[in-house]
Design a protein around this ligand. Structure first.
Ligand code: HEM
Length: 498
């Protein structure tokens, strides 16, 4: 009765009152969370700063906001839909903050939850469990011989298969991307599962296609990331549920099969192969028997494929593209290789020191290619004070690697492809601000593997083949497509044998 009287006074029904109350609370929350955060672009209630980013390259606009629009700081805050986000726009800020535990959280995603990655993975988990698994995975990689002959040999072996595949297309116009993708995935497969797969293997191809599916659907997942209630709406509004189903099937069919085979062999004390899964099982049994090992391996091995395949493939696709766009640099790299290791010797890691221009070229490909421009988002594990600002627990933290790789203060003409910026006295000169693998506690776990793959694949490709534009100008204006990674649009080339 009393409620009805109130309604009469304002002339509103209950539903309208509730909606108005919800809108008022959203405004209040928006206002309160905006207090004492680092400066940043305008934020609208609910949608935040999204309208000011539409149609723009996110990494570039975030770096520009920090640089150009008067905030005068390398750390800005942005409201991305419902989520408070702190963007680190300089090498110095990332170096200072990303080594701290409190910045090492991960954003939980709907897909990650459904697949068990949040609970059992490495890329997607956080806290003590993540630390243990990361330590174990790193020491497993080390024991396998990262930077030592075993892994090097697996990469070299795969390179022979890649060469054979390229030979089938010599002189024809074709897209080299799928060949590179097969080779890179096979390196991970032989290191993680102890088995490579023929490029024609249907199960393997299906697995790779589904991996791409997961990455492509990541965009849709980001909507439910910001508005979790959307995942409970009946139907499949953003195709997210479909993605989860297909991803789950991949994990079960492919990774699951390999993991079970290894666990059975380990239980029978019949470990034969020296690979990541066997080493992980035996190390985890030695340290502390873990009931979750099967789940962890199912989640972590799929994550390793996802984290390691597209990034490495894309970097090599940028490398080939830049060699076509800059033919003089292609010639100079090839001459250095032929002069120092000859036309036939398979490249290995010890050749790095005698191929400084080649190494500098790879570093420049990684800098300008910006394959992971916004890294992988972190979250804050606790409320934190920074430079007099208050950063709330749960805020998303984006390391803007692009801002470091392209900062005009550190790189003259940052948009120009110029390997000589990594040379000093004709030797390779490492520059700290080039951080394609990120920095700090969450730095890429596969960095040494990726560096080996990039060096051996790239050096061998240029030693054995010459790359040309398939049609006049086709490769000159290839643009970047930015999703979870920044990749070149598909392009066709002609390859000739040297
Ligand atoms: C050129 C190739 C690669 C690039 C550019 C790259 C880049 C990155 C970046 C930027 C991150 C996020 C760092 C952060 O959160 O701050 C990352 C994380 C990670 N990468 Fe890579 N990556 C590459 C290859 C690989 C390979 C080959 C593997 C393994 C097979 C791998 C496994 C991982 C894992 C497991 C993580 C998560 C680490 C954690 O959360 O603790 N990556 N990578």
């Amino acid at each position: 009765m009393a409620v009805e009287t109130t309604m009469d006074i304002f002339g509103l029904n209950t539903i309208t009152c509730l909606v108005l109350l919800a809108v008022f609370l959203l405004f209040l929350r928006h206002y309160i969370t905006g207090l004492n955060l680092p400066p940043g672009p305008p934020r609208l209630p609910i949608i935040g700063s999204i309208p000011f980013m539409l149609g723009k390259d996110p990494a570039k606009i975030l770096a520009e906001w920090a640089e150009k629009h008067g905030y005068n700081t390398d750390i800005i805050s942005v409201q991305l839909m419902g989520r408070t986000t702190i963007v680190l726009n300089s090498y110095e800020a990332m170096k200072e903050l990303l080594h701290q535990d409190v910045y090492s959280g991960r954003v939980t995603t709907f897909i990650g939850d459904m697949l068990g990655w949040t609970k059992y993975g490495i890329v997607s988990s956080q806290g003590e469990k993540w630390k243990q698994r990361r330590r174990l995975a790193l020491s497993t990689f080390r024991d396998l011989g990262m930077g030592k002959p075993l892994v090097e040999e697996k990469i070299q072996e795969e390179m022979i298969h890649l060469e054979a595949a390229i030979h089938q297309s010599l002189g024809k116009s074709f897209d080299i991307g799928p060949n590179i993708n097969n080779a890179v995935s096979n390196v991970i497969s032989s290191i993680v599962f102890g088995q490579r797969h023929e490029y024609s293997d249907v199960m393997f191809q299906k697995f790779l296609a589904e991996c791409n599916n997961i990455l492509a659907r990541g965009g849709a997942d980001s909507i439910t990331l910001n508005f979790p209630f959307l995942q409970w709406i009946p139907g499949d509004l953003f195709n997210v549920k479909e993605a989860v189903k297909s991803s789950f099937k991949v994990t079960q069919d492919f990774a699951g099969g390999h993991v079970k085979r290894h666990l059975n062999a380990a239980n029978d004390n019949a470990i034969e192969e020296d690979d990541f899964v066997y080493q992980y099982i035996s190390q985890s049994r030695k340290r502390a028997p873990d009931d979750d090992t099967e789940n962890v391996l199912m989640a972590a091995t799929t994550e390793l494929f996802l984290a390691g395949t597209e990034t490495t493939t894309t970097t090599l696709r940028w490398a080939v593209l830049y060699m076509i766009q800059y033919p003089d640099i292609q010639t100079r790299v090839r001459e250095e290789i032929l002069e120092n290791i000859g036309a036939d010797q398979m490249p290995c890691m010890k050749h790095k020191s005698i191929l400084p221009y080649t190494e500098a070229t790879i570093a420049e490909v990684q800098r300008l290619g910006n394959v992971a421009p916004l890294s992988v988002p972190h979250t804050l594990l606790e409320d934190t004070q920074l430079r007099g600002y208050h950063l709330p627990k749960g805020a998303m933290v984006i390391p803007n690697l692009y801002a470091s790789n392209m900062n005009p203060k550190d790189w003259s003409n940052p948009d120009t492809f110029d390997p000589s910026r990594f040379l000093k006295d004709e030797k390779y000169f490492k520059k700290d601000m080039n951080i394609p693998f990120g920095i700090g506690k969450r730095v890429c776990l596969g960095e040494s593997l990726a560096r080996m793959e990039l060096f051996i694949f790239f050096t061998r490709l240029l030693q054995k083949f010459s790359f040309k534009d398939a049609s006049e100008g086709n490769c000159r204006d290839v643009g970047a497509v930015t999703g979870l990674t920044r990749m070149p649009a598909p392009y066709d080339i002609i390859v000739q044998s040297n």
